[in-house]
Design a binder for this molecule. Sequence first.
Ligand code: RP5
Length: 171
Amino acid sequence: MSTSQTPLVGIIMGSDSDWPKIKAIATALEEFDVPFEVNVMSAHRTPEVVSEYTGSAIERGLKVIVAAAGGAAHLAGVAAAHTTLPVIGLPVPTPDLGGLDSLLSTVQMPGDVPVATVAVGMGGPRNAGLLAVQILAIADPSLQEKLQAFKNQLTKKIAEKNEKLRQSLQV
Ligand code: RP5
C-alpha cells in the first residue's frame, strides 16, 4: 500500500467487514502505482467523520474518492454531497438481499449529485480502481501510456483465449 506519496485516491468504506470484498480496488491502484489511502467511515454511524473527510478532500490533495458500502448504502451519495471531486460508488454484496439493496442505494442518486456506480461483485471492485486510474490519467500522460499498454494486453489475452477455445473445439 502506498504511504510515502500524497494519496490521490481516497478509498472509504462503511465497515471493516467490507474490506475483504473490495480490496481489488487497492490491487488495481497498486498495478498503476497510484498512491491511495483507506479509511472506514459510515454515512449512518459516523456522519460527521464522512462530512469532514470528504469536505476537506480537495485541500488534502485527493483527486478521486471511491466509496464502498453495503445494504442501505448511502456512503457514496453522502460523499458526493460534500465534494466536487468525482465519486465512484461501489455497492458491496450483502448476505440478505445479495447486494441489490446496495446497488439501488448507491446508483439511484438524485439529479445534481452524480455518483459513478460500478457493479456489485464480479469486476466491480477492480473496475472502481481502474476507473479512478482513468480519471487521473486525463491529466497524466505517463499514466495514460500505462493504461494503453494495459488495453493492448487485454486484446492479446482475449485473442489467446479465442484461439485456445477454437482449438479445443476444433472449429
Ligand atoms: C454498511 O453496513 C457497511 O458498508 C457494511 O457493508 C454493512 C454491514 O456493516 P457491519 O455491520 O459489518 O459493520 O454500512
